[in-house]
Design a protein around this ligand. Structure first.
Ligand code: MLT
Length: 275
């Protein structure tokens, strides 16, 4: 029996995963994958907008929100396997995936390894590139700083880079909510995820194999995964669409949900129509 609602706990292999599940059974499924170090609540506005017409699921990636951390080292491959295990446990054969940043890394890995399980991809504020050696060094420094100065300090430093300049005056409530998400992620999971990032492989060379419809979105002031990263994916993925979200930085779905949702709804409605 399907359980509907928020913060549902389900055992996926040995892991307890927390997820939200709304919309009608039988409608096309959209699975939302959050960025780092946030949780499924970052998709609340998209879940609300899309639940009439789609079965919408947002889950907490292992080590984030209400999902267990488990004992293994983290990797993007492990996160993608968790996603497939969650789909199997929920008996979802096919879904559209919408991932932001880390969520995009997971979505790209999942589509590469399990292409038959997905109808469409929405890649938001993400990149197919691996970390440069400079970025890897920065990750190691960040791990050291988290160990030394704690999660609160890490949250304050992260916030500075996540948003468009104007969001600091127009989106104070949303920024406070994002800060809460960060400080509620435990230190061990933060460090394990940062390690998974610097070890992750590029996926750019695999993008020409993607044959499902793809929408790429990027906040016009995204400093973490900037427009150039979105343009690169757009060039490599056949017939992909690119949409630049105004008044937004890295968290475009939170900073400009109206424009983000309009693009998302228009895109998924065409997938459904042709699919
Ligand atoms: C995210 O939002 O998921 C992170 O910025 C990803 C990263 O640091 O590579």
């Amino acid at each position: 029996m399907r359980e509907l609602g928020n913060n549902i706990k389900i055992a996926v292999n040995d892991l307890s995963v927390s997820y939200n599940d709304e919309g009608k059974s039988g409608d096309p499924v959209i699975i939302f994958i959050h960025g780092f170090p946030f949780n499924k609540s970052m998709w609340d506005k998209q879940m609300e907008a899309l639940k009439h017409g789609y079965r919408v699921i947002a889950y907490d990636v292992r080590g984030h929100g209400g999902s267990d951390t488990g004992t293994e080292d983290f990797s993007i491959e492990l996160f993608a396997t968790d996603l497939l295990n969650l789909m199997d446990t929920l008996k979802i054969d096919k879904a559209m995936l919408c991932g932001l940043s880390m969520g995009g890394y997971i979505a790209l890995n999942a589509v590469e390894n399990y292409p038959d399980r997905f109808d469409a991809l929405i890649l938001s504020d993400t990149t197919c590139l691996a970390d440069t050696s400079e970025a890897k060094e920065k990750r190691i420094k960040t791990i050291e700083n988290i160990r030394k100065n704690g999660v609160e300090k890490f949250a304050d430093e992260s916030i500075k880079n996540l948003f468009a300049r104007e969001s600091f005056s127009t989106k104070k409530k949303e920024i406070a909510a994002v800060r809460e998400m960060i400080v509620h992620t435990d230190e061990e999971s933060l460090c394990k995820t940062l390690r998974a990032f610097y070890e992750r492989k590029e996926t750019c060379s695999k993008l020409s194999d993607i044959y499902v419809p793809v929408l790429i979105m990027v906040g016009e002031e995204d400093k973490i995964t900037p427009l150039a990263a979105a343009q690169l994916m757009n060039e490599k993925i056949k017939e992909s669409l690119l949409s630049i979200i105004r008044h937004a930085g890295h968290l475009s779905n939170i900073e400009n949900p109206v424009e983000f949702n309009n693009q998302l709804e228009e895109f998924v409605s065409t997938v459904y129509y042709y699919g």
